[in-house]
Design a protein around this ligand. Structure first.
Ligand code: 4NP
Length: 160
């Protein structure tokens, strides 16, 4: 019998109300479908504090619901402890990556990556911030998050 290793993934954006809660919900949905919920921990957080305690943006909740995906969380800010608690920290854009590097505690080597590094379709590597745009922006963000999360899960299940 193969002993499955546990793994933990934190999705990060700026406000933790639009993109990273969607990535968290989609990834959790895929993890559950794959029967791996017992051994993969999923969460999300923001580098900014404006929306702490809030549920996801109604437009993220709507697009998720249209695709049968539940978004479980409330917004919180990234903490230095997250770098110790999570095996992988997955950012939505390069600005998030820079903000995260500034928060990284000394001597903690947790890998940071862009979600769209996993996207099988070509692009600029970023999930664009849909906050100030229209409804169609959320549908486009959903599609890229979904594709990227499917590939990320393959990677997590392979790497442990
Ligand atoms: P998110 O989008 O980073 O995808 O959650 C944003 C939400 C709120 C703000 C910026 C981006 N804001 O400036 O309040």
């Amino acid at each position: 019998m193969t002993a499955h290793r546990t793994s933990s993934v934190l999705f990060v954006c700026l406000g933790n109300i639009c993109r990273s809660p969607l990535a968290e919900g989609v990834f959790l949905h895929l993890v559950t479908e794959a029967g791996a919920a017992e051994r993969i921990t999923v969460d999300s957080a923001g580098t900014g504090a404006w929306h702490v305690g809030e549920r996801p943006d109604p437009r993220s909740l709507e697009v998720a619901a249209r695709h049968g995906v539940h978004l479980p969380g409330h917004a919180r800010r990234v903490t230095s402890d997250d770098f110790r608690r999570f095996d992988r920290i997955v950012a939505m854009d390069r600005s998030n990556l820079r903000n995260l590097e500034a928060l990284r505690p000394d001597g903690v080597a947790t890998p940071l990556e862009l979600l769209r590094d996993h996207d099988p379709e070509p692009g600029d590597g970023e999930v664009p911030d849909p906050y100030y745009g229209g409804e169609d922006g959320f549908e486009r963000v959903y599609a890229m998050v979904r594709r990227s999360c499917e590939a990320l899960l393959d990677d997590v299940l392979t790497d442990g």
